[in-house]
Design a protein around this ligand. Structure first.
Ligand SMILES: [Zn+2]
Length: 50
């Protein structure tokens, strides 16, 4: 199950059935992780900037 950090856009995934980590493993912020949309269009937006 994929998730993304709304603060730093870090993406990772957990095994099916596991909860999301409480804090982002990248930036360490608590409560910013959410399940990622399955749309590939969103992925392109996240990676296309910068
Ligand atoms: Zn983060």
């Amino acid at each position: 199950m994929k998730y993304i950090c709304r603060k730093c856009n870090y993406r990772s995934s957990t095994r099916e059935g596991k909860d999301l980590p409480f804090r982002c493993p990248y930036c360490g912020t608590e409560g910013t992780l959410q399940h990622e949309q399955s749309s590939s269009d969103l992925l392109d937006e996240f990676t296309g900037e910068d």
